[in-house]
Design a protein around this ligand. Structure first.
Ligand SMILES: [Zn+2]
Ligand SMILES: [Zn+2]
Length: 673
């Protein structure tokens, strides 16, 4: 009797179960764990993933699989174990986790894709291997010694590499990668927003040669992604550089995972499965017995706390390399500025003077504002009516390049108005400052300066950012204005001044991580200044100069910030002392979502009675109407995440939501909105 008579199949639907199917005799030699099959489900034919094979089944009425899609399994046992863990921890179905793990060309049952020939790793980037010999500092040498021990022993260990900006973390990564390759093992490297950091890619290709590297990023076409997937699967590429989804790369012999800028929010997936890269990377390393390096100048509170508790090993790089000094940081209190003018100035006198001094000296300047568009708030002077997105009830932002009003949450767009839609008054205020307004203000004050803007509006074209950064590198641009795109890993020795237009934007967000985010953003931005021979200066404009996030950023004092913030989190029992789980219901019908949330809240209350789990809500979410949906939710706070997850799973299995209600569960959310 064949052992292959039945298969257990996971499917990409929010259903927790794995389904049994029988295998027709002719197909029995073909079924293997990790392959895909066509199955009928309900009245549809869909793709299923084989996650188990058996000789018998307890199911009496059983359907047959229709066909086997793959010649070879596309999922290894390592990836199957990882996705199973994701499903349990992040509360999605196994099939949903697997679907997120498979490469784009394999979605919807395809087996290959006709690739457009990709001759380059990245458009605009084609570097040759170079022999670069850097002499390591004593801190770098010590760090590497510690890492190499773990790599050589092929042990599972997590290291937190806390190095201040320009302390040479990349050199330490390189050393650890070399050691791993020497062991015959493979490497995964994560860089946030890889398409925006061509310099990093250049360093890697020059160091290891492009033949060994697979680069996976959002700007590749499906065909280009498939080429990279094949290079990884065949073992040709030994180093994979990518965003969080690269954690599912089919490397056979993983020995090292490097996560650069580990504090970044982009490492959290915002759609199902809502996994966080750090947790997932640690899990994969555990399965593969690999070493993990988490690098940052401003480690997340969670990571630093884990290091303090001894779960991670801490390695510090407290000095800048090449003897460059940390930049001098000056605060400008904008509340003093407002009295000098009728209208609030965008640039303070201090910032304006410093820009003009740098321009005279032919030095370069970065101006940072984390808000796109021209005017961020448009209202009627007469009746106060605020122009809002009809689908989200959030303020529309005026974009001067297209002369239109845009919603930054959905992509709703309408023409700019001169007449109030409510009272027909003709005096419309365009208030609030975005990067476009800063750009236009700079060119008004400094008409001779060469100014460029870098944000997601100006960077739509595939190669626009390479061109902008190249021009900046070649000193064809004097002032670069931009959003947080500019904060990441850029290294331009001629930049001597960094100006922050408003430090308060991220501080005022209704989120418990607001201080942490502000501190880390300011530290990163400030770190772009003074990386060469000339000392750098940073000017930060703010209305809250006394806030500890800002004070600590000025003094480059991570430790003091960490202690203060940790105390605040402890008092409120927030992460890292607990885990949050947000459960958000949404519906186009307002009444339906309110009653469903109340219903779910009551049932959940009964479940958690007597346990150390607290619940906030049911309540309307801070963004109550988004993309046409009304949103209500609950937040659970618990120390025992796995048991709480079990309770939620049980509850949702026993209580089916009405079909007009959509559900989103976020375990360890980065932001609750
Ligand atoms: Zn009006
Ligand atoms: Zn909208």
């Amino acid at each position: 009797m064949s052992e292959n008579k039945f298969v257990q199949v996971a499917i990409n639907l929010p259903l927790n179960d794995v389904f049994d199917y029988s295998v027709p005799q002719a197909l029995q030699p073909l079924v293997k764990i990790g392959k895909r099959v066509w199955i009928s489900f309900g009245n549809r034919t869909i793709v299923g993933f084989i996650v188990g094979i058996s000789a018998s089944t307890a199911i009496t009425r059983i359907k047959e699989i229709k066909s086997v899609i793959d010649k070879e399994p596309i999922l290894s046992s390592e990836i199957l174990e990882l996705t199973r863990w994701i499903a349990d921890y992040y509360l999605c179905s196994w099939g949903e986790a697997i679907d997120a793990a498979i490469a784009m060309p394999f979605k919807k049952g395809k087996t290959s894709i006709k690739p457009r020939l990709a001759s380059q790793l990245m458009p605009g980037i084609d570097y040759e291997k170079k022999v670069v010999k850097n002499i390591l500092t004593s801190y770098q040498t010590k760090a590497l010694l510690q890492l190499n021990q773990s790599i050589v022993k092929r042990e599972f260990n997590v290291f937190l590499l806390h190095g201040i900006t320009a302390s040479g973390k990349t050199e330490v990564y390189f050393g650890a990668i070399e050691q791993t390759l020497k062991q015959g093992r493979d490497v995964l490297v994560f860089i946030p927003e890889i398409a925006l950091t061509p310099q990093t890619v250049q360093w890697f290709t020059e160091k290891f040669g492009k033949e060994k590297i697979a680069l996976v990023h959002s700007r590749l076409s499906a065909g280009e992604k498939f080429i990279q997937w094949q290079r990884i699967k065949s073992g040709q590429a030994k180093i994979v550089i990518g965003p969080r989804s690269a954690i599912f790369s089919p490397l056979k012999n993983l020995g090292l995972i490097v996560v650069d800028e580990e504090h970044e929010n982009t490492y959290k997936q915002e759609d199902t499965p809502r996994y966080h890269l750090i947790n997932t990377a640690i899990k994969r390393a555990q399965i593969a017995q690999a070493t993990v390096i988490l690098g940052s100048a401003t480690p997340s509170l969670e990571s630093n706390y884990a290091a303090k508790k001894g779960d991670f090993e801490l390695i510090e790089l407290p000095e800048r390399i090449k003897g460059s000094e940390l930049p001098q940081v000056q605060i400008v209190d904008m509340s003093n500025q407002s009295t000098r003018f009728k209208r609030l100035p965008i640039l303070s006198k201090v910032l304006e003077d410093n820009i003009s001094r740098c321009l005279k000296n032919k030095e370069q300047i970065i101006i940072f504002l984390n808000r796109r568009g021209f005017s961020t708030f448009v209202n009627c002077n007469k009746c106060g009516y605020v122009l809002q997105c009809p689908k989200c009830n959030l303020s529309l932002v005026y974009h001067s390049d297209k002369k239109c009003l845009v919603c930054h949450h959905c992509s709703y767009m309408q023409q700019a108005v001169q007449i109030c839609p409510k009272c027909s008054g003709s005096s419309i205020n365009y208030l609030g400052t975005g990067t476009q307004k800063v750009e236009s203000e700079l060119s008004r004050i400094f008409p001779l300066a060469r100014i460029a803007r870098m944000d997601s509006d100006s960077m739509r074209k595939k190669t626009a950012h390479f061109e902008a950064l190249d021009d900046f590198k070649n000193k064809k641009i004097d002032i670069l204005v931009g959003t947080q795109m500019l904060a990441k890993g850029l290294d331009f020795p001629n930049v001597t001044l960094v100006g922050v237009i408003s430090a308060d934007i991220s501080l005022n967000l209704p989120d418990f991580r607001a201080s942490e985010r502000t501190f880390s953003l300011l530290t990163q931005v400030a770190g772009r200044a003074g990386r060469g021979k000339i000392a750098g200066k940073v000017i930060i404009q703010t209305y809250t100069p006394d806030h500890y996030a800002i004070e600590c950023a000025i003094n480059h004092d991570y430790k003091v910030f960490y202690e203060k913030e940790l105390l605040f989190r402890k008092q409120l029992n927030l992460p890292p002392f607990s885990h949050l789980i947000s459960i958000v219901l949404r519906s186009k019908e307002e009444k339906a979502v309110i009653s469903a949330a109340e219903n779910l809240g009551q049932k959940l209350m009964l479940k958690i009675k007597g346990l150390e789990i607290s619940m906030i809500g049911p309540m309307p979410m801070p963004i109550y109407k988004l993309k046409g949906y009304f949103r209500c939710g609950l937040i659970l706070n618990t120390a025992d995440i796995l048991n709480t997850n079990k309770l939620i799973k049980e509850l949702l299995k026993d209580n089916k939501l009405p079909s007009k209600i959509k559900l989103a569960i976020d375990v360890d959310p980065r932001m609750v909105i």
